[in-house]
Write a protein that binds this ligand. Sequence first.
Ligand SMILES: C[S@@+](CC[C@H](N)C(=O)[O-])C[C@H]1O[C@@H](n2cnc3c(N)ncnc32)[C@H](O)[C@@H]1O
Length: 413
Amino acid sequence: TDEILTNTQTCGRGLPSTPFALDALVICPDPSPESTISDPLTLAPWTHAPYCIEAADSPWCVFTNAAAPAGHGISIITTPALAADALSILHSQFDRPFQDPEKAYGTRPYEVRDVPGKGKGAVANQKIEAGRVVLVDHAAVLAAVEYPADVTKEEVQELMREAVARLADPGCILNLSRKGRDEEGVAEVEDLLLTNSFVVPLGGELVMGLFPNLARINHACDPNAFVHFSEVTLAMTIWSARDIEPGEEITISYSDPTATYEERQDALLNIWGFKCTCDMCTAPPAHRGASDTRRRALRQLQKDVIDQAQRGEFREAIQTVEEIFRVVEVEKLTVHMGDMYEIPARLYYHIGDVDRAVEYTKKSLAEARDFGVPGPKGRERIEMLEKIIAGMEGELLAREKGQRGGDGGFDAW
Ligand SMILES: C[S@@+](CC[C@H](N)C(=O)[O-])C[C@H]1O[C@@H](n2cnc3c(N)ncnc32)[C@H](O)[C@@H]1O
């Protein structure tokens, strides 16, 4: 029988981040004995004294706020200098709320349950429309990918163990699935991080990010959802890329979704350590071969369009872009098309076809509204596109009346 984890068993409250207020320090549960809070005001927003190991250039430490964000807390394994940089990010988590209430579901629209051949997975418990926020998940552990040569493997594992133990609910990490790399000398907590982390950018570096709820979402080469990481809030948002029916599994892509079958298999096996059993990977070889041919062609077309535009061959570039859209449609790679629609919009504007330029800018606007980044950045982009459309429509109207248009505020094109 399926074991269903209820919302109370999932990690954290699943709400926007909690302010780093002093009450967050007070509710810090069960700190490990050697990290007793001696002076919370000095440590703020950390709830524990950093746990460090010495290295030649700088110590490497675990910095923890055990209660926020989202109730499960966060531990960062880094150097004191980088942790100081991270402080401004942590504070801005509560300064700038990320979630767009209009796009988010009040309660989680899925359940975690057994999925054949993949362990557990997230299964929709209601219809999820395209362009909605399925989940906003805050990092519980952020760990460096690389350490200096004089830091031993055992010391890194010790930092990882401490990072998890100091969280408000270490169980929400320790209960996650792990591949079982014991024979390779990989400690349990490292195995958990390797099985469940996503690489994210932080302060100019790439780090491993463990998001306890995202960690239940399986990979598919033709996913129905996608993720966006915000370096401002350290939150990972999962968006539905198309309508998802009740009972359907929610999936994201762990690898480059435009890669060919072999490339995807290699990446999933080498980086993630599993053999993909998604629908696309188990499709008949002829079907996979046809898909690979289209994907290789797509890469060439993407290069061609840049070369043609640089040579000023706008009409040829437009034909290439139209061909790109055709392939993208067949391969169902339509997610994240917002930026791509701007290319034909600009090209059509360049050759004086303002009608088509408006058409493509409107597509870009629709994508930005449905899938754009929430918050001020997203709104800025929507406003910019609205302004450009209004400017071009003004130009069309002026042309109809036989007047000269062109000062409509769309110089960006
Ligand atoms: C981040 S976890 C996803 C949740 C996991 N299934 C669980 O039970 O908690 C990644 C692991 O899920 C499994 N997995 C995810 N996507 C898969 C797929 N497309 N095919 C086979 N296994 C998959 C692999 O075992 C992988 O190591």
